[in-house]
Design a protein around this ligand. Structure first.
Ligand SMILES: Nc1nc2c(ncn2[C@@H]2O[C@H](COP(=O)(O)OP(=O)(O)OP(=O)(O)O)[C@@H](O)[C@H]2O)c(=O)[nH]1
Ligand SMILES: [Mg+2]
Ligand SMILES: [Zn+2]
Length: 308
């Protein structure tokens, strides 16, 4: 005779990670039941969006036994650690705001990370109800020019411009703290499901800044993942070539430099630098790229043990 508890422990179920609390994960099963899972003895390597097999250890508890193959994985990294953001998403919406003012470096780093992970991107400027949005929107013209979708919206008053982009997709929302990711999720779900950080007079992170990633279903085939804001999108895990290829307007010129191993910093006969001099590549984007490569080299020289 086996006890009920023993029988439950033998049951392996399939599900999807819908919240990543760091040490524990919320896994949604086929019948929409959600169980809290650990991942014992392993690295905490599961992430929101992962398909998993879990062994039941109680009526609403389990342990993740196996991760399914990932279609894609977005993560950031520095010399010390890697942080997964989500897996198996259809697209990323990078949420920006005019106030607090978004960082253009953050935007460029996010674009490189998404491109290197082969995940399509939409750039969304939120808080269009604020007067500062006009200048902020103008600063995004260059991104639209090189082929990115740029939309303007207000989580507070009008999320309609975002809707057609979300349909039948799993979207990952990323952005710095205070841009309005959680407010956007609440507007889409039409409920106060995600805690919004009402900024205090001191500015900085609100009291309700998001601390873990969570998946919200909008309809049967549409869902969105809210993530905690962060300030710097570290790309330590990428190679210099991957970074160069992720600069989409560089692509027509790659392979045309005088030297095969040209890093487009100051080498003679560089096709990328020549294109920038003719105005075919934006000076700010080239300078962002060059500073990134220089920082990347410094970090990798300090930590050769991690370099590929
Ligand atoms: N005026 C205006 N304020 C907004 C809009 N969207 C969000 N906010 C405000 O911006 C602040 C931050 O919003 P959140 O949704 O908590 O921002 P977040 O991106 O989730 O921030 P983290 O969780 O810290 O990463 C709150 O005070 C919101 O009320 C908007 O469209 N217009
Ligand atoms: Mg939030
Ligand atoms: Zn070059």
């Amino acid at each position: 005779m086996t006890t009920r508890r023993e029988r439950e422990q033998q049951v392996v179920v399939e599900g999807r990670v819908v919240a990543d609390f760091g040490r524990e994960f919320l896994v949604e099963l086929a019948d929409r039941r959600q169980i809290v899972c650990t991942r014992k003895g392993k690295r905490q390597d599961a992430t929101c969006g992962d398909f998993v097999e879990a062994r039941l250890t109680g009526s609403a508890q389990g342990s993740i036994e196996r991760l399914g193959t990932r279609r894609n994985l977005l993560y950031r990294s520095d010399q010390w650690r890697e942080k997964t953001l989500a897996a198996n998403v259809d697209q990323v919406v990078i949420l920006l705001a005019p106030k607090p003012a978004f960082s253009e470096a953050f935007l460029n780093l996010s674009l490189v990370a998404c491109d290197a992970a082969r995940i399509p991107v939409v750039i969304a400027l939120n808080k269009s109800d604020l007067p500062e949005h006009v200048a902020a929107r103008r600063s995004l013209d260059g991104y639209q020019h090189i082929g990115y979708s740029v939309i303007t919206m207000s989580a507070k008053f009008d999320v309609a411009p975002l809707l057609p982009h979300l349909e039948n997709k799993l979207t990952l929302l990323v952005g710095q703290s205070g841009m309005g990711k959680s407010k956007t999720v609440n507007a889409l779900v039409m409920n106060e499901v995600a805690r919004v950080g009402e900024l205090t007079a001191s500015l900085g992170a609100g009291a309700h800044t998001t601390t873990f990633s969570r998946f919200y279903r909008l309809d049967r085939d549409t869902a969105i993942i809210d993530t905690p804001g962060f300030q710097s999108f570290g790309l330590f895990h990428l190679t210099e070539d991957q970074i160069g290829e992720a600069m989409r307007e560089f692509r027509p010129y790659l392979g045309r430099c005088k030297f095969n191993d040209c890093a487009h910093l100051s080498e003679p006969g560089c096709a990328v630098i020549a294109a920038a001099a003719r105005g075919e590549i934006g000076a700010e984007r080239l300078s962002f790229y060059q500073v990134l490569i220089e920082q990347h080299r410094e970090l990798h020289e300090l930590h050769p043990e991690w370099s590929r």
